[in-house]
Design a protein. Sequence first.
Lengths: 248, 248
Amino acid sequence: MNIKQQKQGRIIGLGLGPGAIDLLSVRADRLLRAASHIAYFRKQGTAGRARTLVAPIINDTAPEEFAMEYPVTTEIPVSDPRYNQHLSEFYDNCTSHIAALSDAGHDVIILCEGDPFFYGSFMHLFTRLEADYPVEVVPGITGMSAAWTATGLPMTWGDDVMVVLMGTMQTKKMLAALKSADAVVIMKIGRHFQSVKTCLLEAGLAERAYIVCYAAMANQAVYRLSDYRDDTLPYFSIIIVHGQGRRP
Amino acid sequence: MNIKQQKQGRIIGLGLGPGAIDLLSVRADRLLRAASHIAYFRKQGTAGRARTLVAPIINDTAPEEFAMEYPVTTEIPVSDPRYNQHLSEFYDNCTSHIAALSDAGHDVIILCEGDPFFYGSFMHLFTRLEADYPVEVVPGITGMSAAWTATGLPMTWGDDVMVVLMGTMQTKKMLAALKSADAVVIMKIGRHFQSVKTCLLEAGLAERAYIVCYAAMANQAVYRLSDYRDDTLPYFSIIIVHGQGRRP
């Protein structure tokens, strides 16, 4: 039997930036316009934020699509081992599908909001693929860059120490990190908003803090933390505390 | 006398990203191709890194150029008040020139390596202009995103705390920050390489550290810190320590 070795297709983690179609890099824009296969994560029952963002680019070229729908896991707490097991199986299945496409010689572009290697779901596919497949990554503008840009104030000066924190982390650790920083970014806040606010107050940073919702998107909104009256924040919210370092 | 009020031109701080022409955002690329006036910082006696980067884009359109040459200040230590005074006068002069262009109705694009609000010289013009002029900012891909992308390893997972430090900072403060972080970026290392290395060793992070020189540029190079034998680093070097957070 004559077996022809098929050349593996490239797998590309494509940073889309913060959520405006013209904040994709020129490289990402070009790759996407030439794409034959795209893959993206989405919540069940939604079109997916990444897919929605790139609609103006791919409408004409209509690549093959692979939607990776996060399993519903809200009934299992993050601390339960079954939570990790569910997600692990999910990433394994996504990886198999993408690997099969690559084995068949197709290039696959994986859409990544923000920057692929910065708190991205793509990384879970990357670690499963990189030993056996040609995986490339295109960096993107992060959501935090869009957030501090939206505040209209420079973020870091001179020797400022900047720290990036998750609202989901332990408050004791958050407080320690806040106290050692000059400039602060807090992401994944959601239902942890009250404890994050308490930490900022305790660290003496609440007065300088800004809330940016949907940075760079059509519904972008910026508030001072001290003016914000709601008890909750939309998921796409970032808290920004600007550095105050030396400036001539 | 009939005085016609001239409409002020826009002043745009344009993030160019880490140093590859196709890592400009689509928005930055478009604005630059339509530019009538550009301004950029450079070291005396050089063409300027930002200007060199965008040459392929502006060669045909040939906008008016304003090169802002940093005053030679190496003979004055940073701690000397005259250092700040020299730089302050320099930024004042640059601001006056750009303000005059805007007053004459010209749009001016200020080229910014990386992201304009992230440790950028542009911020010194911004603070002098923003009260009286229509200043806009286009975020860019940061040099640190390009650096961790170059290492081929994801940067931050789950609840990882990421900290951004300058090699120029006090070692005691650096050590404290290193100990409270999961993922680390160190920039502006240059002649502080030895003290930075000592801090990383003391914090137990040296074995996990990578050095990235000229990230995203043609001469990009990546080393493990433990394999790097030179006593100095090129100016465009970033040290990366990846987070190790939870992953399913």
